[in-house]
Each structure stands twice: as C-alpha cells, then as structure tokens.
Design a protein around this ligand. Structure first.
Ligand SMILES: *[C@@H]1O[C@H](CO)[C@@H](O)[C@H](O)[C@H]1NC(C)=O
Ligand SMILES: *[C@@H]1O[C@H](CO)[C@@H](O)[C@H](O)[C@H]1NC(C)=O
Ligand SMILES: [Ca+2]
Ligand SMILES: [Ca+2]
Length: 153
C-alpha cells in the first residue's frame, strides 16, 4: 500500500515536472538533502543542481518545507536567507532579494556570536532562527529553473 502511494506520488511529481527525488509544490521543485553541510556548501550543492537554498515566500511554502523535514525525519534544515551583507537586513540569496514573509521564533534572530544564516528546526517548533553559517545541517534546495526539470518533447 505504502509502495503504491509512493509510486503514485513519484508519478505525480514527474507529471508536475520535477526530477526523481524532487518534490513539487506550487511552481517549484524541492529536494531535502540529509547530507549535512555548512550553509555555503549547501548553497553550492544546490547550484550544481540548477537550484538554490530554498526561498520561503509564504506561510503555505513554510508549511510545505516543515512537512518535508518531518517526512524525512530531519531535525533541521538550512534555508536560503542570510544577513551576511548587512547585519539585520535579511535577504534571500544569491539574488539578495529582501525577505518579506518571515517566521522567526520568539527572540530570534539574535545574531548570537555573529549568526548570519537562516535555518529552521524541530527544537524551535520549525520556526526560523539565525545560526552560525559554518554549522553542518541538512538543507533544502529549490528550483523553478527548467534546467532542474525534465525536458518533455
Ligand atoms: C505560487 O507561485 C507563484 C509564482 O511563483 C507565487 O506568486 C505565489 O505566491 C505562490 N503561492 C504560494 C502559496 O506559495
Ligand atoms: C500544512 O500541511 C498540512 C499537511 O500537509 C496540511 O494538512 C495543512 O493544511 C497545511 N496548512 C497550511 C496552512 O498550509
Ligand atoms: Ca546576523
Ligand atoms: Ca539565533
């Protein structure tokens, strides 16, 4: 039964234009990697795959990414936000687009010891927190780029 549902979900993702191992939501494809990386190495791995660390632009996309963590039993994941360029100015990288929707935990971001990278995790009920960019965590890649999707026809 689980296999049949897994198979159907797999076919659905293909139908919606995501490569195997990527999950579709709205107009993007997402991949959670459990291979723990620093924020920058996570971003590089996403870029190698025609993607970027996820930009969470709405409550429903936030919810979707939380469900992705829960499904894969990941306690944490890097998101594509950073305030590296200017302390306290949170942007989605690499474009540097100002973060509009946000969902930080109470008392976060706190820039403790100079934290500049955005993650969410189980310990803060999947609300957002700024962390040391060098910490290794799983990470979520997102792509809207057709390079990341199968070419049909
Ligand atoms: C779905 O994607 C479109 C285009 O990127 C975006 O404008 C819209 O806000 C997204 N909706 C949700 C619920 O994330
Ligand atoms: C969050 O995801 C759950 C599980 O997929 C779903 O039942 C719920 O409606 C979603 N909530 C929002 C606000 O999107
Ligand atoms: Ca900071
Ligand atoms: Ca913090």
């Amino acid at each position: 039964m689980t296999m049949i549902i897994g198979c159907l979900l797999f076919l659905l993702d293909i139908a919606l234009g995501c490569r195997p191992g990527w999950t579709s939501f709205n107009t993007s494809c997402y991949h959670l990697s459990l291979d723990k990386k620093s924020w920058i190495d996570g971003m590089k791995m996403c870029e190698i795959h025609g993607a970027y660390l996820v930009h969470v632009n709405s409550a429903s996309e936030d919810n979707f990414t939380t469900n992705l963590l829960i499904t894969h039993k990941a306690d944490n994941a890097w998101l594509g936000g950073s305030d590296w360029t200017e302390e306290g100015m949170w942007v989605w990288e690499p474009e540097g687009e100002l973060i509009q929707y946000s969902n930080f935990a109470h008392h976060q971001p706190d820039n403790r010891d100079g934290q500049n990278c955005l993650k969410k995790g189980l310990s803060l009920n999947y609300l957002w927190n700024d962390k040391d960019c060098d910490q290794p965590y799983p990470y979520i890649c997102e792509t809207t780029n057709e390079d990341g999707n199968p070419v049909v026809g």
